[in-house]
Design a protein around this ligand. Structure first.
Ligand code: NDP
Length: 288
């Protein structure tokens, strides 16, 4: 038998996509696992998504990540959906098997893994969530599946806040509420975990600060941010000043990729080397 030059293909579809760093993380994982996988970063316009999804089967891809603007738009082109992705109404990971496309969502799972790695238990806890977009939906559903006691959704637009509240109330039996975010918001004293799922602080607006009363953050809280770039956000800096535990968005990015790689390959990737690769890429320290 001659040497095989064939590679198994996975990757990400999005628009814009140029600055998405997942290839660095995924390719490091494949090299460490010693498996011939190639992660490709592909610009796919909204109007080309259907053709691109058909192309996955034609080109024998193992799967694909989806990012803006495809996470919801992809639903009609899938053959099946995981229970969580169906509740969230969004897919970030597609698995191709036997010519069929299955939708999964690993964003929330990646977040939960970061909590677990930091030794933070969420059973019975009260969570306050800033934002109600795609990342919020994924994280909220996984937090509810993990048995939190109460969820407070704080969002600027009423529609998205109410939609997420409706999803949670329909699928889970916990205490949940929505608050419109139109002025400085004080975090409830009995909040255990505060999560920012908005874009506030995302590069290039790295000095942006959410409209919350920072004095209401206490040292009994864990404060999490989903912003991957730059991960050390103003919110996390303010929380550290007040003695709260903090968790940044890079750990979530790495861990969602570990979950996706498991779906595509059946192998468990080494988060540590992925973390080191991303740290080198960004020239920073990374929590995982
Ligand atoms: P969406 O567009 O779906 O949602 C954005 C949310 O942020 C909405 O709730 C929106 O409120 C809110 N928001 C945006 N700007 C402001 C503002 N200035 N003030 C108050 N609220 C604001 O985006 P996603 O959920 O897909 O992404 C959100 C963030 O999550 C991004 O920064 C992304 O990089 C990050 N992310 C990180 C991941 C990781 O692995 N670390 C994975 C996925 C996402 P409104 O409804 O009022 O517009």
């Amino acid at each position: 038998m001659g040497k095989s030059y064939r590679e198994e293909l996975v990757g990400v579809f999005g628009d814009p996509i140029d600055e998405n760093p997942t290839v660095v993380v995924a390719q490091t994982a494949f090299e460490k696992l010693g498996i011939p996988y190639r992660y490709v970063t592909v610009n796919v316009k909204a109007e080309d998504l259907e053709a691109a999804m058909r192309g996955l089967v034609a080109m024998n891809f193992k799967g694909i990540h989806l990012t803006i603007p495809h996470k919801v738009a992809v639903l009609p082109y899938l053959d099946s959906l995981s229970e969580e992705a169906a509740i969230m109404g969004a897919v970030n990971t597609v698995v191709v098997k036997d010519g069929e496309l299955r939708g999964e969502n690993t964003d929330g799972k990646g977040f939960m893994k970061s909590l677990e790695n930091a030794g933070i238990k969420c059973g019975g806890k009260k969570v306050t969530m800033l934002g109600a977009g795609g990342a919020a939906r994924a994280i909220a559903v996984e937090l509810c599946r993990a048995g939190i006691d109460e969820l407070v959704i704080v969002n600027r637009s009423k529609k998205r806040g109410r939609d997420l509240l409706g999803t949670i109330q329909k699928n889970f039996g916990l205490k949940a509420s929505y608050r419109k975010w139109d002025c400085m918001m004080a975090v409830d004293e009995d909040t255990d975990i505060l999560v920012n799922t908005t874009n506030i602080g995302l590069y290039p607006d790295v000095d942006a600060r959410p409209d919350i009363v920072f004095e209401s953050i206490t040292d009994r809280m864990t404060v999490c941010d989903v912003i991957p770039n730059h991960p050390h956000t103003q919110l996390l800096k303010e929380a550290e000043k007040r003695g709260a535990r903090t968790l940044d968005g890079l750990g979530m990015l790495i861990n969602q990729c570990v979950e996706s790689i498991y779906y595509w390959t059946g192998e468990t990737a080494d988060a540590g080397s992925m973390k080191a690769a991303l740290a080198r890429e960004y020239g920073i320290d990374v929590q995982c």
